[in-house]
Write a protein that binds this ligand. Structure first.
Ligand code: ZN
Ligand code: ZN
Length: 352
């Protein structure tokens, strides 16, 4: 469980004989959680868009740039970041002049099911038109499919009511210095760039780190304002802002549980509960790639009684969804200069 502690840092600089008053540094003990680590990567809107275009087979600088209309310096920076995180890898494709392209690495390929779970949520709850932006065609069974988050043991769909959890070997807390996480997330309005996307719509709801942490705590059963504030070490005005926004988005309900003084709690709505699938898909990815074998949480499926890993599968054939097995039918007009994909063409990715 996280809590807030104040440490006093001794100033390294001494001005003459007078010592400088030490400034308190807020350190927050944050719940070890693979989901938080995953969101740290996905919450950068530009990084997400670059990654999305990778799934649509973009590899070259110019292709990313024309698809997204992204400033060159921003693109360079994000490609560097995603490469450093091991999501993309840089491959030389021309000697003279020396040129590189950016292919999905194993971590990036493994992030695909997370994207699919986010997409399924967006298609169900955030759709603005009658049809979703794209139909997913699962080449293995030939059906238009809906990604479904299931128990790896019995292949049945899981939800917040049918799963219990307990601490794994990686459970605990990690101190995080406040200043680091107060960096403003990248502008969420850029998420509309390039093409309509249910994943982007979902990230607009949860992509901001604080909103995401509030939603995560809700799945741990924390729903009261004061408890959230204590657990997250979040400033009251920021917490109020995020909760208001999430209530407006229909993720939480607001309920008074005490009159004097007035106190509120924030239970998840059905729509909010729909985020459970994407959340545990992120958890799985984070466990596989970022937890170094020390899983913070173990999930148990009540229906079959077994410990399980969340798996994202095709709702028709229940096979795992992999990027290399999918093709897409677009329900929107492609920009003439967006080269990455023609509708229906399968994208092929190198598996590691
Ligand atoms: Zn099961
Ligand atoms: Zn299928």
């Amino acid at each position: 469980m996280s809590q807030v502690v104040s440490l006093r840092r001794r100033s390294p600089v001494q001005h003459g004989a007078r010592s400088v008053r030490a400034k308190p540094v807020r350190v927050i003990l944050e719940r070890n959680c693979s989901v938080g680590r995953t969101v740290a990567i996905l919450s950068d809107s530009w990084a997400f868009l670059v990654l999305r275009e990778s799934y649509f087979a973009a590899t070259r600088f110019d292709t990313f740039q024309s698809a997204l209309g992204i400033p060159r310096a921003t693109l360079t920076q994000r490609l560097r970041m995603l490469t450093a995180q091991g999501v993309l890898r840089r491959v030389q494709y021309s000697q003279r002049p020396k040129r590189f392209e950016y292919c999905l690495a194993a971590i990036g390929i493994a992030l695909y099911p997370v994207m699919m779970a986010l997409l399924a949520f967006g298609d169900k709850w955030l759709k603005k038109t009658a049809k979703p932006p794209i139909y997913l065609v699962h080449n293995l069974c030939g059906e238009v499919c809906r990604p479904m988050v299931v128990c790896s043991q019995c292949k049945e769909e899981v939800n917040v009511k049918t799963v219990t959890y307990r601490d794994g070997p990686g459970a605990g807390v990690t101190p995080v210095v406040d200043a680091k996480r107060n960096r403003r997330p990248s502008d969420p309005t850029v998420l509309d760039r390039g093409r309509p996307s249910s994943v982007a719509q979902t990230l607009k709801v949860i992509g901001d780190r604080w909103s995401f942490m509030v939603i995560r705590e809700a799945f741990f059963g924390i729903r009261r304002f004061d408890d959230l504030q204590n657990k997250l070490g979040i400033a009251p005005n920021i917490l109020t802002d995020r909760l208001d926004r999430l209530v407006a988005e229909g993720i939480f309900k607001r309920r008074k549980y005490q009159d004097l003084p007035e106190r509120y709690e924030y239970p998840l709505t059905d729509k909010g509960k729909g985020l459970y699938g994407p959340l545990i898909a992120m958890l799985r990815w984070g466990d596989d790639w970022l937890a170094h074998g020390e899983v913070p949480l173990i999930l148990q499926h009540n229906d079959c009684g077994k410990d399980f890993n969340p798996a994202v599968v095709c709702d028709h054939c229940r096979k795992l969804l992999k990027a290399k097995d999918m093709s897409y039918r677009h329900n929107y007009r492609l920009r003439r200069d967006s080269r990455p994909l023609k509708p229906g063409r399968p994208i092929t990715l190198e598996e590691n």
